[in-house]
Structures are given as C-alpha cells and as structure tokens.
Design a protein around this ligand. Sequence first.
Ligand code: SF4
Ligand code: SF4
Length: 123
Amino acid sequence: MKIGLIRCEKNEDRCPLTGCLTCLKETKEGFANYYEAQLTGVFTCHCPGENVGNLGKILKAKGAQAIHFCTCSFSRKEDGKWKLGQGFCENVDGLLKKVTNETGLPCVKGSAHLPEGYSVETF
Ligand code: SF4
Ligand code: SF4
C-alpha cells in the first residue's frame, strides 16, 4: 500500500516523524492493517487547514492509495503514555473528511503510538 502522510505544522519543529516512519516501515500501530506499506510522501498542514484537500490530491497524483494523519494531531502524551484527545488539532476529523471527499481515497486517523484502546478510524 502506498501511503501519503499529513502532519501538523504545530509539531514540525519538534518531531522529525521518527515514530511514524518506523511504524509505517514495520506495518505497526496505525499501519497494522497493511501487509506492506511504502511512503509516497509527506505534507505539512498549515492552519486553518483550508489547503489540506489539495495536499491530498497531490499525494494521490504521486501515487498514494491511502492518506494518514499523524497521531499527535488528535492525541497527547501524558505521564509517558499517549492518550486520546487534546492533540494539536481541534478539527482533525473535519480535515480527514475534507481529504477523503476531495480525493476519494481512504483517509486514516492515526500513524504511530496509538492511544490505548483506540483503533484507527478511516474516513
Ligand atoms: S505521531 Fe508521533 S512520531 Fe508521528 S509526528 Fe506525531 S509525535 Fe512524531
Ligand atoms: S488545521 Fe489542524 S492539523 Fe492543520 S496545522 Fe492547524 S492544527 Fe495542525
């Protein structure tokens, strides 16, 4: 499966996507449903996310078959564990819907270190 990844600008200077890329390569966490996964490309979303549909379209044109949003956009690290909610983006579901509507691709909410009890949601 060819994967496009969209990250949040609020984290772009803090995390170089290490966990995302490792999980994608090893088909773990948010990528566990794939037999194999290959990274097509990465884009950074910029607030308020109005261009995110275009980012998705470009990823699709480059070959992406699914688009994932990084886990930190909708979850937070607390006491060393990742917990659902209070991530970087208040409108991540809206962004996922926009990308899937504009690209027709499955848009998946999650990448690395999924919060306990959370299974990836696909829009
Ligand atoms: S999900 Fe984790 S590894 Fe991926 S960008 Fe966010 S903090 Fe970094
Ligand atoms: S719209 Fe959401 S995902 Fe996009 S940069 Fe802003 S906070 Fe991050």
